[in-house]
Design a protein around this ligand. Structure first.
Ligand SMILES: [Zn+2]
Ligand SMILES: [Zn+2]
Length: 156
C-alpha cells in the first residue's frame, strides 16, 4: 500500500470516529447505555467512573483491528491507528481540557479549542438522559446556538 492511501485511511478513520462517537454519545450513551454514562454526568469519587468502560471497549476494538490488520488485511491496521489517534485526541480534549482529569493543568488556547470546551460544558449543563446538547468531542456547534437549543429543550 502507498503512503498516501495509508495516510488517507488514518485521517478518514479519525473523522469517521468523531461521527461515530457523536452518534454513540447521542443515541446509545444518552439512550439504552445511560447506565454507564450517567456516572459521567454526576460527581464521582475516585479517579475512575463507570463511563470509562466505553473507552475500554474502544481500546479492545482497536487492539482487535491491529491484530486483524497485521494478520489478514493491512488497511485494517491503519483504521486501528486512526482509532488510537482519535482516542488520544479525545483523552486530551475531553478528559484533559474540559474535565481536567490529568494530574497537571492543561491550558486551553485558541478560539476553536475554547469553543470546543465551552460546548462540552454546555453538554454537562444537563445531568439527565434527555435534553442534552452538543454530543461531539472534536467538533462543536456555535455556542450561542447551543445555548438556544438548551433553553428550547428545557421548556419542552
Ligand atoms: Zn453525555
Ligand atoms: Zn464530559
Amino acid at each position: 500500500m502507498s503512503i498516501l492511501s495509508a495516510v488517507a485511511i488514518v485521517l478518514g478513520s479519525v473523522v469517521m470516529m468523531e461521527v461515530l462517537a457523536w452518534a454513540i454519545h447521542k443515541y446509545v450513551m444518552h439512550g439504552p447505555g445511560w447506565g454507564w454514562h450517567e456516572s459521567h454526568h454526576r460527581e464521582t469519587d475516585g479517579p475512575f467512573e463507570k463511563n470509562d468502560l466505553y473507552a475500554v471497549w474502544f481500546s479492545v476494538i482497536a487492539a482487535g483491528l491491529f491484530i486483524a490488520g497485521s494478520l489478514w488485511w493491512q488497511p485494517l491496521w491503519f483504521v486501528a491507528l486512526g482509532l488510537t489517534i482519535y482516542g488520544l485526541l479525545y483523552a486530551f480534549v475531553h478528559d484533559g481540557l474540559v474535565h481536567q482529569r490529568w494530574p497537571f493543568f492543561v491550558h486551553t488556547r485558541g478560539r476553536y479549542m475554547k469553543r470546543l470546551v465551552q460546548a462540552h460544558r454546555l453538554h454537562h449543563a444537563v445531568n439527565t438522559r434527555e435534553g442534552a446538547v452538543s454530543f461531539g468531542f472534536l467538533w462543536a456547534d456555535d455556542v450561542r446556538k447551543l445555548k438556544a437549543q438548551l433553553k428550547a429543550n428545557a421548556s419542552k
